[in-house]
Every structure is written in structure tokens, then in C-alpha cells.
Design a protein around this ligand. Sequence first.
Ligand code: URA
Length: 271
Amino acid sequence: MTDPREELGAIAREARTMLERERVRGRERVTFDADSAKASEVPPRPPGIAPAAALVLPGFETLVPQSLPTFGPPPSQLLATRDDLPDDLGTLARMVSECRKCGLCETRTNTVFADGSARARLVFIGEAPGRDEDLKGLPFVGRAGQLLDKMITAIDLKREEVYICNVLKCRPPENRTPAPDEVEQCLPYLEQQLALLKPALLCALGLSAVQALLKTKASMTSLRGRTFEYKGIPLIPTYHPAALLRNPGLKREAWEDLQRVRDTLRARTAS
Ligand code: URA
């Protein structure tokens, strides 16, 4: 009969080899730079969630017994409030309304901080205010906003039950894509918002939001359909509603993403 200690040793060796193989495979397959982005793909929450293949690191469940270290950001990268910004949303919004850190303050009508519930479990993050948002001081109130409202309703929620914000708090002229320095200056506000809200789930609307939060340059095609992790919170990327208005053919995939949002939220709220 086999010596149980030898057998255990062999299992441990095999597990280490397989883990290493998955790590290397992950690096080869994923095109963006942050190792953490691959490592931060969220492992499955077993019961109750539709078993979406892409949610799971290949072989993750079977490869990682409880006693082995799991993937995920180290504690220093988990969601925490910053000491250099206000620790309540109202004061933070006031600070944003007076912000002059980048040139967008010269052309804005209003800053656009957020809309929705500060107790929301789900946060939608867009790119930047457009014309309507700049005029009203609220995110997603134009045509893209109307579609976002429908997307929210489609997953059995109301706009008042979620929190909606953007990477940039000021409108870029002509709705151009945010410049890297604008994102860099504005991102701390979003990071503080998220740290204060402590939501159960993030949905990044469009490439600017997902790239800013995951610090990646990967394409939307390679990012959507999967669940990532932002500082310990699951993050699901999907197309920006404006992209869906321009290209309705993307709506089928967006609906898949939204079902993933709905199911992940239900699973996290139930546990
Ligand atoms: N597009 C965005 O990304 N955000 C808004 O608030 C409006 C349109």
C-alpha cells in the first residue's frame, strides 16, 4: 500500500505545478500589464450563480484547497479611504465642485459628482459628463442616460437604488476622450467615493472606466464577459450605453453582461 505521507507529498507537488502552470498560462493569455488584473479575476461564488465559464480562473476551484494561499490583492490594495480627502460624500462633492486641478474647470458649467443612493450595493461608473450632464450637474441624464435607466430596469432595479458616477467629474470639450492627465487628477475622487460607499459590485460602463479602474490598456472585447476585482470588489465591465446607441448590435453582449451583474449582485447580497 502507498505511504500516505508520500501520497500527500505527491498531491502537494502536483498542486504546486498546476498552480504555476495556471499562473504562467494566465500571463500569456491576458494582454494587459497588471499581473493583478489576471490574478484579480474573481473566483466563483458557488451556489446560486449561473456557472459562467469566464468567471472562473481555469481550474481555480479544484486547484486551490482552503489551506493554500488564494489569489487576490494584498490587504494594502483593498478598498480604504484616503487620508488626504474628506471622509464623507457631501464634503467630497463640495471639494469636487471647487476643483481646479486640470484645465476642464475652465470649460465646465457644473461638476458632476453622482446620482442615486449612497447606500447602493451596485455602482455604475461611466467615463465623463456630456453636454446634458454638464448643464444639469447630474450623471447620465441625456440619451445614454435614458438607455442606462432601461438597463437598470432590465435587471429589476431602479435608478434610485443604484449609485451612478463617472471617472471624470467635468465635461471634456466636445465630449472628447479623457486625457491621461485628467484621469490621473480626477481618479482619487472616484477612489474615495468607492471607498466611502463600500458597494458589493461595480459595473464599469465603457473602456475609459474599466481601463482607469483596472489600470489596463486592454480592449473592451478582451475585458467584457468576465468579472474582475477592484480593491476586493467584483467589477464587471460592459459597453458604454452611448456605444450601444451607436451600435445596437452590441446589445446582446451587453445583456449578457447585465445578467452577470444581476446574478453576481444577488449572490453577494444573499451571502
Ligand atoms: N457618458 C458618461 O460616461 N457619463 C455621463 O454621465 C454621461 C454620458
